[in-house]
Design a protein around this ligand. Structure first.
Ligand SMILES: Nc1ncnc2c1ncn2[C@@H]1O[C@H](COP(=O)(O)OP(=O)(O)O)[C@@H](O)[C@H]1O
Ligand SMILES: Cc1ncc(COP(=O)(O)OP(=O)(O)O)c(N)n1
Length: 269
């Protein structure tokens, strides 16, 4: 490991800055991890929705990963928007070729605005190509339903889904609870042996654009620094809760979270 922790995000660009590569790099920087990126797609996007998607050639994704892995090095990597199956296969091959450790898979399928960020025929291919390589998979509720084919309407069903996702080859899973109702925002963490609940007060706000990206980026940053997996997911939960608690009130729709909010809570600025 180098003296500076290094994290790579393989994801799409969000021109609005709240999700995607932009959210990931902001999170890495806030957590004092050197951030690198391999772009899969460019989206024209703001707090109201996605108005354009421009996918890159899979060769362009491969070249970006090669460039950073062969020179700077990668202590942890996350995937976000993957766009299509060719890019997915390329990412899986490159992660194996470069023996990149600590893989966080955020199986991004549909943005909160309703726009598709992964072709429907590629969604189930996640199970074949990427999930078996994952240190942790972080589906939201609809994504976990697509991956498992289960209806997740109870804690028991979410536990069953978590077991299924681990049986696909992932080391662990966090089924996020942002889409649930209730006074607490509760995520289910399964480490392959035991279940635990990551709990925080649910904040009443429309400004939740990019919550999943930010949460998975924070896990990646902590893993890059050598933090244990259970501590990494717990610290990421603290980070995203702070980011949602101090909204920036930007845009006319679902605004971004505040990536520097953890500093306000820790009295750092
Ligand atoms: N209103 C909220 N208040 C507190 N935490 C939230 C809220 N919405 C989402 N979260 C948390 O943000 C993280 C991302 O979850 P979620 O929004 O479900 O992901 P996604 O953006 O992939 O749909 C989880 O830890 C979830 O519990
Ligand atoms: C380029 C890009 N990647 C991912 C997302 C989805 O982000 P997520 O954190 O799931 O938040 P929402 O967009 O669902 O609020 C995205 N929108 N754009």
């Amino acid at each position: 490991m180098s003296s500076v922790a290094r994290a790579l995000t393989i994801a799409g660009s969000d021109s609005g800055g709240g999700a995607g590569i932009q959210a990931d790099l902001k999170t890495f920087q806030e957590l004092r991890v050197f951030g690198m990126s391999a772009l899969t797609a460019v989206t024209a996007q703001n707090t109201l929705g996605v108005t354009g998607i421009y996918e890159l050639e899979s060769e362009a994704v491969a070249t970006q990963i090669d460039a950073v892995a062969t020179d700077i090095g990668v202590d942890a990597v996350k995937t976000g928007m993957i766009a299509n199956i060719q890019i997915m296969k390329t990412i899986a091959a490159k992660i194996e070729e470069h023996s990149i450790p600590n893989l966080v898979i955020d199986p991004v399928m549909i943005a909160k605005s309703g726009d598709s960020l992964l072709n429907s025929d590629a969604r189930l291919a996640l199970k074949k190509y990427l999930i078996p390589l994952a240190t942790v998979v972080t589906p939201n509720l609809p994504e976990a339903e697509v991956l498992t084919g289960l209806t997740l309407d109870s804690l028991d069903s979410r536990k069953q889904a978590a077991r299924l996702i681990v049986s696909m080859g992932a080391r662990s899973v966090v089924i996020k609870g942002g889409h649930l109702a209730g006074e607490a925002a509760e995520d289910l963490f399964y480490d392959g042996n035991e279940f635990s609940i990551l709990s925080a007060p649910r904040i009443e706000t429309p400004h939740t654009h990019g919550t999943g990206c930010t949460f998975s980026a924070a896990i990646t940053a902590h893993l890059a620094k050598g933090t244990s997996l259970p501590a990494a997911v717990q610290q990421a939960k603290t980070f995203i809760t702070a980011a949602i608690s101090h909204p920036l009130h930007l845009g006319k729709g679902h605004g971004p979270t505040n990536h520097w909010a953890h500093r306000l809570q820790e009295g750092k600025s």
